[in-house]
Write a protein that binds this ligand. Structure first.
Ligand SMILES: *[C@@H]1O[C@H](CO)[C@@H](O)[C@H](O)[C@H]1NC(C)=O
Ligand SMILES: *[C@@H]1O[C@H](CO)[C@@H](O)[C@H](O)[C@H]1NC(C)=O
Ligand SMILES: *[C@@H]1O[C@H](CO)[C@@H](O)[C@H](O)[C@H]1NC(C)=O
Ligand SMILES: *[C@@H]1O[C@H](CO)[C@@H](O)[C@H](O)[C@H]1NC(C)=O
Ligand SMILES: *[C@@H]1O[C@H](CO)[C@@H](O)[C@H](O)[C@H]1NC(C)=O
Ligand SMILES: *[C@@H]1O[C@H](CO)[C@@H](O)[C@H](O)[C@H]1NC(C)=O
Ligand SMILES: *[C@@H]1O[C@H](CO)[C@@H](O)[C@H](O)[C@H]1NC(C)=O
Ligand SMILES: *[C@@H]1O[C@H](CO)[C@@H](O)[C@H](O)[C@H]1NC(C)=O
Ligand SMILES: *[C@@H]1O[C@H](CO)[C@@H](O)[C@H](O)[C@H]1NC(C)=O
Length: 282
């Protein structure tokens, strides 16, 4: 009985001492991360006791007493805590949203001086990658195409932005709190377009990329080339055949030509020109 009264007295005294606190540090972490809650022990101090506690009734979660270290005092922190007895710092693994609260560290040095520091832990959720959807594309011709996309995010309080590579001739976006629509127009249809949707919240950033391969115009160009190659080959073949025929029948052609010449030119030579010259010589 006397022991219990002493214990309660001791606890009461301790609570009084806890009223005069030391420094408060703010620590921020993301869900799933490992963070360190700093005890901020005076560099000159040699510690004899460390008590990390939570809530207004100072429920112990991790302690170091002459008996040893105990970091398994509460089921909600099971297997997630480790205590550095030289610095007093508490390491917390696999951070959870409900870990966000104020932690007290009661430090006692070997001269029986005590101080209580506080750590205010803030737990944040990482931004999720947004979802990009290409829901309309018009490939007008080899020159010019339009892509229409939207990007959505399950997170709140975010801002959207887009990056288009190669840059579009004209881009417009219309964003609401959870969706953004992008209309991208290209004067010359690129083979590939990299479309990146970025969501931002304060200093946090997450993005998704959609690589759109525009095959149609390239394919058509190739077809055109094949067509032109066929026509070129056919024309060349015709010319070659023509030349061979000409060479083969060159004798007959000359003959024909001479016959033709004989028929048309001989009357002129016989009567007009030589006659004149003959008369002038006489
Ligand atoms: C304990 O703390 C007091 C007050 O800060 C200091 O004067 C004393 O040197 C400390 N003793 C040890 C052993 O750290
Ligand atoms: C401390 O307070 C919490 C609620 O504020 C309670 O659930 C818990 O049982 C209390 N712990 C002790 C040791 O009294
Ligand atoms: C405790 O912290 C000190 C200083 O940061 C470090 O050198 C030491 O390795 C730590 N001890 C453990 C058990 O992590
Ligand atoms: C994209 O926009 C269309 C039409 O507004 C809508 O039906 C669709 O659900 C949106 N997709 C995403 C991923 O937001
Ligand atoms: C999105 O729209 C805003 C304003 O409407 C504009 O300032 C921004 O440059 C646009 N971004 C893109 C990638 O078109
Ligand atoms: C698109 O992104 C890929 C890698 O994600 C890169 O290799 C490629 O060069 C990019 N294309 C353009 C046009 O930026
Ligand atoms: C943006 O989207 C809203 C809702 O879909 C629509 O009412 C508004 O006209 C759009 N604004 C532009 C500039 O496209
Ligand atoms: C979103 O952008 C607007 C205007 O640029 C800015 O006022 C606001 O703070 C931004 N919000 C976030 C969550 O970044
Ligand atoms: C355009 O849409 C058609 C049908 O919806 C699809 O087959 C084609 O792959 C899309 N083109 C691009 C560049 O995504």
């Amino acid at each position: 009985m006397r022991f219990i009264v002493l214990f309660l007295l001791f606890q009461g005294l301790r609570v009084k001492v806890l009223g005069e606190t030391g420094v408060t540090t703010k620590v921020e972490g993301y869900v799933g991360d490992t963070i360190i809650l700093p005890a901020k022990v005076f560099k000159t101090w040699t510690l004899s006791r460390i008590d990390w506690s939570i809530l207004s009734n100072y429920t112990w979660i991790a302690t170091w007493h002459p008996g040893g270290i105990n970091t398994e005092r509460r089921p909600e922190y099971k297997g997630r805590l480790s205590l550095n007895i030289s610095t007093g710092d508490l390491t917390m693994r696999d951070l959870r949203l409900r870990d966000a609260m104020t932690y007290n560290v009661d430090l006692l040095n070997t001269s029986n001086y005590n101080i209580v520091n506080r750590v205010q832990l803030v737990v944040k959720e990482r931004l999720k990658k947004p979802t990009i959807q290409l829901y309309q594309n018009f490939t007008k011709s080899e020159s010019g195409c339009v892509l229409v996309l939207n990007c959505s995010s399950p997170d709140t309080g975010i801002n959207f932005s887009w990056e288009v590579e190669p840059s579009c001739h004209h881009c417009s976006n219309n964003s609401s709190s959870d969706t953004s629509e992008l209309i991208a127009f290209f004067l010359t249809t690129p083979d590939t377009v990299n479309l990146t949707c970025i969501v931002k919240r304060e200093l946090e950033k997450a993005s998704s990329i959609l690589v759109s391969k525009i095959k149609v115009p390239t394919f058509r160009r190739q077809q055109d080339c094949d067509y032109m190659f066929a026509w070129g080959f056919f024309t060349a073949l015709l010319i070659v055949i023509g030349v061979i025929l000409l060479f083969h029948f060159r004798g007959k052609i000359t003959e024909m030509f001479q016959q033709f010449r004989g028929l048309g030119i001989s009357p002129v030579t016989d009567s007009n020109v030589p006659a004149e010259s003959v008369t002038s010589q006489k």
